[in-house]
Design a protein around this ligand. Structure first.
Ligand SMILES: Cc1cc2nc3c(=O)[nH]c(=O)nc-3n(C[C@H](O)[C@H](O)[C@H](O)COP(=O)(O)OP(=O)(O)OC[C@H]3O[C@@H](n4cnc5c(N)ncnc54)[C@H](O)[C@@H]3O)c2cc1C
Length: 433
């Protein structure tokens, strides 16, 4: 029984169903989904386009993911199996726009999904719609004999009380079901309302979303986008500064309550209250910025004549007027202030590292994943089975794993689903034979 018909659950269902069908064994694979249809969470991804994966997600696993070593070992199992068991791997047959040896890519392309690659290695369905990903998954599940049971919300998973016993799944409506083996793939949000015996659950918290910062500096900038470099800096009690996440170029979206945009989402995975997001609005360091601003002052003086260049003159055409005003406010300057060397020093320091103190996550509903969930220390990295509960497997965001934006989180959902699906099928067959 697969609990949860999202990305990981459907991948697990296809993997388990195909394994049982190919082994000609009479094992029923059922997906229990609380919603009235499976895959709704997939349709919401990538603004309805579904950023399915990233060309770097497999190779970069250890460095990109939270609990990356665990992720690398789990995804590694998939690669080894794909290359040996079904001849996929480095000779993947893809009729799509792209070819790749990655086992997640092969899983989809072998079942008909064509891909397109966008900036940063992001992979999307060639049809540019999340529905085509879901269609491919559901068709594969149907062919493998997987049963979809929608509108079934599982409240508790109880392990067998005897060696030959079965799992009991207590439903929200008071009914219960029995299963020989289960895959828990309920995502990150639902874990708080599902009781799972026998594993350690770390309290989930939202990440990969906007950050709340002092609104005094962002209120006037609501909805303005800025291309810049952003980094995350932490200052310890002794006043020593440490860069927690190095500078990355991207687009920041200012909100009344703080900062948003993909580059901020990625920083949010590492941020805690008291840290600072530093925006480099000019893309160069403070000394280069000072040099450039002095040259700018000279050019403006040359064209406009005299030495009456003001801060307003300096900001106009360099940044948007609203941003210029906030930069001047941070420096304690007015637009009419003359551009002395000291003023240019202050402006260049602020433009190259405008610091926004983090107060917390901005809007939990906008966060794309939850950090926390099933502790990976409770789960085997060889088959995603609970260490203390034979027959109980986990996949996707239910585990304490998260990655950056760009297709990494779905890559983990599919990849872990494939591993857990194969493993639960093997367990069920082993248990019967
Ligand atoms: C707005 C948004 C956009 C995103 N875009 C991307 C993107 O483009 N690329 C990317 O890589 N990642 C993206 N993500 C993250 C990605 O969606 C998740 O990492 C991924 O869906 C996790 O898959 P999952 O199967 O573990 O969980 P989910 O996809 O959340 O699926 C869990 C399923 O379990 C069901 N369920 C929950 N509780 C129960 C229960 N008690 N009983 C029965 N069923 C239950 C749910 O209804 C759901 O169908 C996005 C996230 C959000 C919120």
């Amino acid at each position: 029984m697969i609990i949860g018909g999202g990305a990981a659950g459907l991948a697990a269902a296809v993997s388990a169903g195909e394994f049982c069908k190919n082994s000609a064994l009479d094992v029923e694979v059922a997906v229990f989904e609380r919603d009235d249809r499976v895959g709704r969470s997939i349709l919401a991804t990538g603004n309805g386009r579904c950023n399915v994966s990233n060309v770097r997600a497999g190779a970069d696993a250890a460095s990109s993911f939270h609990n990356g070593e665990f992720v690398a070992r789990v995804l590694g199992l998939l690669g080894a199996r794909a290359a040996t068991a079904d001849g996929a791997g480095d000779q993947c047959r893809s009729d799509g726009l792209l070819r790749s040896a990655d086992p997640v890519f092969c899983f989809f392309s072998d079942r008909g999904l064509a891909f397109r690659e966008e900036s940063g290695g992001r992979l999307y369905p060639a049809a540019n719609k999340a529905t085509s990903v879901l269609d491919v998954l559901r068709a594969a599940a149907r062919r493998a004999g997987v049963v979809e049971c929608c509108g079934r919300c599982v409240k508790a998973v109880e392990p067998p009380r005897t060696p030959s016993g079965r799992f009991t799944l207590r439903m929200a409506d008071g009914a219960f079901e029995r299963a020989d083996a289960v895959v828990v793939a309920v995502g990150g949000r639902a874990l708080e309302s599902l009781s799972v015996e026998g594993v350690r659950v770390l309290s989930p918290r939202p990440v990969l979303g906007p950050l709340r910062t002092d609104p005094a500096w962002t209120r006037e900038l609501d909805n303005i986008r800025l291309r810049c470099k952003a980094s995350l800096v932490r200052t310890d009690r002794s006043g020593k500064r440490r860069v927690i996440a190095p500078s990355v170029a991207g687009e920041v979206l200012f909100r009344k309550y703080g900062l948003s945009g993909i580059v901020v989402y990625d920083l949010s995975r590492f941020a805690r209250a008291g840290d600072a997001v530093e925006l480099n609005m000019l893309g160069c360091d403070a000394s280069e910025a000072r040099f450039e601003l002095r040259r700018r002052r000279e050019r403006l003086s040359h064209v406009f004549g005299g030495d009456g260049i003001t801060c307003d003159d300096m900001m106009r055409g360099l940044v948007l007027p609203q941003i210029g005003r906030v930069v001047l406010k941070r420096c304690g300057l007015s637009g009419k202030s003359a551009c002395s060397d000291a003023v240019l020093d202050a402006l260049s320091a602020t433009l190259s590292a405008f610091s926004f103190e983090v107060q917390g996550m901005g809007d939990a509903d906008l966060c794309q994943v939850r950090r926390g969930g099933i502790d990976v220390a409770s789960v085997s990295d060889r088959d995603l089975q609970a260490l203390g509960v034979p027959g109980m497997f986990f996949a996707g965001e239910a585990l304490d794993v998260d990655g950056p934006c760009g297709g990494y989180n779905l890559h983990w959902a599919w990849g872990s689903g494939l591993v857990a699906g194969r493993a639960v099928a093997r367990f069920s067959i082993g248990g019967r034979s």
